[in-house]
Design a protein around this ligand. Sequence first.
Ligand code: AMP
Ligand code: GLY
Length: 431
Amino acid sequence: MKVLVVGSGGREHVLCWTLAKSKNVDKVFCAPGNAGIAQEFECVNIKVSELEKMADWAVANKIDFTVVGPEAPLCDGIVDVFKSRGLAIFGPSKAAAQLEGSKTFAKKFMEKYNIPTARAAEFDTPAPAKDYVNKEFANGEKGIVVKADGLAAGKGVLVADNAKDACDFIDLCFEGGFGGAGNRVLIEECLFGEETSVLALVDGNTIRALASSQDHKRAYDQDKGPNTGGMGAYSPAPVVTEAVLAEVEKNVLDNVLVGLQAEKLDFHGLLFVGAMVTDKGVKVLEFNVRFGDPEVQAVLSRFEGDLLDVMQKVAAGKLAEADLIWSAEPAVCVVMASGGYPGDYEKGFVITGLAEAAATGAKVFHAGTALNDKGEIVNSGGRVLGVTARGKDVRSAIENAYKAVDCIKWNGGFCRRDIGYHALEHEAAGK
Ligand code: AMP
Ligand code: GLY
C-alpha cells in the first residue's frame, strides 16, 4: 500500500517511520516533509495549505491511505476534501476540528457534555474582559488564564499571576496580535497541578487512550522561561496512574464520545486531551485534534503494533478491534531548538554529529531542517530535532537520549537538560 503523511515536523517524521514498519506498507510519501524525512522517504513538494492540489496528487499517485499531522489543514477541511474524492484518510472533519480550532467551541462542548474543565467566560470586546480579570483577582484568585480564540501556533495563551499582565495581553489580542484569533478571548480560572497529554484514538463508536505521556512546555530547565510547542517529552507519564486513567476515561473520554455522537461530529482520528491533574480531580485544559508533538515521538517509539492497521481500523469505525501493543521500556524525546526559540532565531547553520548520534542507537527525528546549496543539513525552524531513545527504565532512557544529543551541534542550538525530571521525581517519591 502507498501511504501519504501530510506535514513537515518531528511528528510527521515519527509517523512516517512507524507507518513504514507496518506489514502492508510498500511506500511512504510525505508532503512537504523536511530534510531528515527526505533521507528515508519520498517527499512531495506540496504545502499543507494546498488541499485540492494535495488531493489531486493523491488521486494521481493512487495513494491508499493518508494521515494528517498538523492542525491547520484539519481545521481547513482536508479530511472533507479527501473524502469527497473517495480517498481514505485519518483525521477529523472540518466541523469536528473546531474542538482545536476554536477555544470557545471546545469550552461549550466541555460544558454541555459534563467534561471537567476550568471555569471560563468569553468576551468579544476588551473592556468587560478586563473588568472580569480585575474582579477575579479582587475575589482572591491567584492567577488567570487568557486565551485568544483560534489557532495561534501555541502562542495565544497567557497564564498571568497579576491583573496588569492579563489586561495587557487582552489588549494585545484585540489589537490583532494573533491575527483573527484574537477577536474573541476566553478567560479561565488558573488550575494548579501536574499536566499530562492524553492521546486517544476515536472512530465514532469507540475511544481508546494510547500510552501516557507528558511534555515539557517551557523553554528552559526547571520549567522556566516562555511557553513553547514542547521542548521534550517522555512516555509513560507516572502522573497517569491507573486511577487517573480510569478517571480520564470515565469523565473525559466517554463524555467526548457521547458529545461527538450527539453533535454528529465526524471524527476518525486522534484526539489530544491536554489535562491538569489537580487535587480536585482531572480537568481539561484544551483539546487538539492531532497527535501532540513531541509527545508522539516518545509514544510511538514505544509502539509495537501495526500502525497502518490501527489507523485503517479507526478510519473504518473498527477501532475496538485494533491491537495497541506497547513496549514496557520508557522512551524520552529531547527537542533541540534554534538559539532564540520561541522568539526570533537565525537559520541556515550547518548541523554536525547526526551520524554519530544515530550510531548511539537513538533515533533523531527531524522537524525544522533543510538542505543548503552544498547539500548539508541546516536548521530552518524553531524546533529542529527530536532526539528519542528508549531504555530499560526512565533513567537509562534519559541517559541514552542525552548521549545522542551530545553528539549534535550547530551554532546557537540548545536543548533543556532536564527532560524527564518529573518522572524521576515520581520515582524518588515512590509513586
Ligand atoms: P492551551 O493551548 O489551552 O493548552 O494552553 C497552553 C498552556 O497554558 C497549557 O499547556 C497550560 O500549561 C497552560 N494553561 C492553559 N489553561 C490553563 C489553566 N486553566 N490553568 C493553568 N494553566 C493553563
Ligand atoms: N506538545 C503540545 C502540542 O503538540 O500541542
